[in-house]
Write a protein that binds this ligand. Structure first.
Ligand SMILES: [Zn+2]
Length: 342
């Protein structure tokens, strides 16, 4: 009897979500400019962090909708520039587990990948990867709901609709200008909140030769620039990397905490920050990485992580800094990986 009830529940919920899903196959894109504008960033975050997507937890309808939006944007924007768009399906657990077994991987999510070929006959065979996670914290939201009660939606605007929107805007800029010498690979990962699982899947099943990656840039929580303080991790993961980056850091009016593994903040929550987002799986493969982040705040993994608290001037400023770094590292000499220290 229990089985039958479960079965019925399952079919009802499936048909419900597939009905809603079909209606969402017609996701519409906003008109966007080829430049990185605040209006475009707001439109992307507005959609991704809307109640309709219910926080984009892996395996939910909101995850499907976010994936469709990203895929459509990668395919349709700045045509006719050549690009390759790929979707990797992968499986993650329904909630965060520390000791993951293969049978726990029951929920489907995605990595969405757009590749823009470089315009240099030799350098086009090397890559700069620009990524971020598009999922929101399923497990955390469920845990907090149990603790706090209530049905509030965790829209995860800073974490990480902000980084997702920036990856999209950078893609659009390069797709429209096609000025990159090395090939650029834009990846939006699912399953980050469940243990960096999208990037783990990617480095185990790469779409490019990982030995030819010059640099991986990760954008995770870029929306809360406060007192102009920006954390940039991994700056010693290449030989001479820090010195090359300093040229770019010195050109901005932001106050940059450039660190290797742990930022210089007193706050213990920043301990080993560099190990806590998707770039870390690339780092473990011997690839130089940097990680952009505007800091932990009271709304982190809370229902109050909403779009109205984001500093869009700040996101644009960081996006411009990332842009200048992409321009240099998609054309300069090859960086040599080195292990980071504290
Ligand atoms: Zn995040």
């Amino acid at each position: 009897m229990k089985l039958l009830i479960l079965f019925l529940l399952f079919t009802v919920s499936c048909s419900e979500s597939s009905q809603r899903y079909i209606s969402n196959n017609s996701i519409k894109l906003f008109d966007t400019s080829s430049e990185i504008t605040i209006t475009d960033l707001k439109n992307h975050v507005g959609f991704l962090a809307s109640d309709e997507l219910e926080g984009r937890a892996s395996g939910t309808l909101g995850d499907e909708m976010a994936k469709d939006y990203i895929k459509k944007f990668f395919k349709d924007t700045s045509l006719p520039t050549e690009r390759k768009v790929e979707i990797q399906e992968h499986y993650v657990p329904a909630e965060r587990k520390w000791d993951l077994k293969p049978e726990d991987m029951t929920v489907k999510t995605y990595n969405i990948i757009a590749t823009l070929p470089g315009n240099d006959p030799i350098l086009k065979d090397e890559y700069v990867v620009i990524g971020g996670h598009y999922d929101g914290g399923a497990a955390t939201a469920a845990d907090l709901k149990k603790m706090l009660g209530g049905d509030k939606i965790y829209n995860n605007a800073d974490d990480n609709a902000s980084g997702t929107a920036t990856v999209l805007e950078l893609f659009e800029k390069y797709a429209s200008s096609n000025t990159n010498k090395r090939t650029l690979v834009f990846i939006l990962f699912g399953g980050e909140e469940l243990g960096l699982l999208g990037s783990k899947y990617y480095v185990e099943n790469p779409t490019i030769d990982l030995d030819k990656v010059q640099l991986m840039i990760n954008l995770d929580m870029m929306g809360r620039l406060t007192d102009e303080l920006l954390y940039v991790g991994g700056v010693t993961s290449g030989v001479g990397f820090k010195e090359q980056l300093d040229v770019h850091f010195n050109k901005t009016d932001m106050n940059i905490d450039a660190y290797s593994n742990t930022p210089h903040a007193e706050d213990r929550r920043y301990n080993r920050l560099f190990q806590r987002s998707d770039h870390y799986n690339f780092y473990k493969k011997g690839i130089p990485c940097i990680f952009f982040f505007t800091g932990i705040h009271d709304d982190y993994h809370m229902p109050s992580d909403e779009i109205d608290k984001l500093n869009f001037d700040g996101i644009q400023k960081i996006a411009n800094l990332v842009d200048s770094i992409v321009v240099e590292f998609s054309s300069n000499n090859r960086l040599e990986f080195q292990e980071i220290t504290e």
